[in-house]
Design a protein around this ligand. Structure first.
Ligand SMILES: *Cc1c(COP(=O)(O)O)cnc(C)c1O
Length: 374
């Protein structure tokens, strides 16, 4: 599909390949031409894993993909993705054999990884891995202060081929430099000891914008690819413009005029004080639109911006149109997208007091993803 059919009254998500390509170019400008390992975890941040990977893969800047779930890695291969895929997770021995057979690169970090994964190499040859180092997140990875013997053991084994070594920042501006220092010190020690640890990567979108010294050999952005700013939108916009690569859209299904005293939705938080037109959109928090959109988010219908009022329920949101019925049943409403600063995902996230990551990643999986303008 390239356009939602005119009689579609259920909401949908548009995916814009040109915006994706534009964002790749912007990241490329910031990262000094380094290859990009595109993070497409969590259903490509809500845009759809197969659709997004299919659009990104042909671009020469994209070296490969990174995911966090075994299922995502398989789904990428099932969708025909040929470029490298890094799975940043602990995997069972059984999955590991299948993953390696399908050419997926594993992240290793646990003390038992060399022992439990080595047997797979007997059937498949050396296992391509990236070593995951914990420099202060305490989430995944081998703690940096005892990573050297681990790297040495991996490098000495014929069962593994270390293609890369990586870390994740806490994105706490005062601590990030210390994390990078820990990583660089480990890298220097490994290199000094003749331990080959492959190419180095650390920068997510935040690092792409704010930590040029951490761009290393590859960058590993997620959210910036999809056109949202990771941390400090004002500052980041001044460094590089990003374009939201998706739209959350629906059609107006009801337009009515309220009388003074009429109230809107569950809890009756909105009370009309004078005659006012309101419109209903069949999209709600079950589709990923935040409940707290009522705290100040606006919806674009035609050229008009209208505030969300009352309550966002599971499948409906209501907007205040004003003293004239300026919208009609069937008009397309954009709740998130590039078309006006007020519906930019960062602006809506701000207005609703949620993380822009939540906004993207919670886009309802049942909504069809419609690629436009191909
Ligand atoms: C999610 C993730 C990324 C990408 O983060 P963004 O902030 O979306 O750019 C990079 N690395 C790891 C390990 C991640 O989990």
């Amino acid at each position: 599909m390239t356009q939602p059919p005119p009689d579609r009254l259920d909401p949908w998500v548009e995916v814009d390949p040109h915006a994706l390509g534009f964002n790749v170019g912007q990241i490329r400008k910031l990262d000094g031409g380094r290859p990009i390992l595109a993070v497409v975890k969590n259903n490509a941040y809500g845009l759809d894993l197969a659709v997004t990977a299919g659009l990104l893969e042909p671009r020469p800047e994209i070296e490969g993909f990174a995911v966090v779930r075994t299922d995502e890695a398989f789904r990428l291969r099932d969708a025909g993705v040929r470029k490298p895929i890094l799975l940043m997770a602990r995997v069972s021995e059984r999955s590991a054999a299948d993953l390696v057979a399908r050419g997926i690169t594993l992240a290793v970090y646990a003390d038992d990884d060399p022992r439990r994964l080595a047997p797979i190499a007997r059937r498949h040859g050396p296992i391509p891995v990236h070593a995951y180092v914990d420099t202060g997140m305490s989430r995944m990875g081998i703690p940096y202060h005892r990573a050297l013997p681990f790297l040495r053991e991996l490098a000495a084994s014929n069962a593994f081929r270390i293609d890369g070594t990586f870390m994740t920042f806490t994105e706490e501006p005062d601590f990030d430099p210390e994390q990078l220092r820990r990583f660089q010190e480990l890298v220097a020690e490994a290199q000094g000891a003749g331990v080959g640890i492959g190419r180095l990567h650390a920068a997510s979108s935040n690092g792409v914008f704010h930590l040029p010294e951490a761009h290393l050999d590859l960058v590993r952005p997620g959210i910036a690819l999809y056109g949202a700013y990771p941390s400090r939108p004002e500052e980041e916009r001044a460094k590089a413009e990003l374009r939201p690569a998706f739209r959350l859209q629906a059609r107006v299904v009801r337009v009515e005029q309220l009388r003074p005293g009429d109230t809107v939705s569950y809890g009756r938080h909105y009370v009309a004080t004078k005659p006012v037109w309101v419109a209903t959109l069949p999209v709600g928090h079950a589709d990923g639109y935040p409940r707290r959109a009522v705290d100040g988010a606006k919806v674009l219908i035609g050229a008009g911006l209208y505030p969300v009022i009352g309550a966002v329920s599971a499948s409906h949101s209501i907007v205040e149109i004003g003293d004239q019925p300026l919208v009609r049943i069937g008009d397309v409403a954009t709740l998130l997208g590039p078309d006006h600063p007020a519906v930019h995902p960062n602006a809506v996230a701000d207005a609703a007091g949620v993380s822009v990551y939540d906004l993207l990643m919670h886009l309802g999986p049942m909504l069809p993803r419609i690629v436009v303008g191909l």
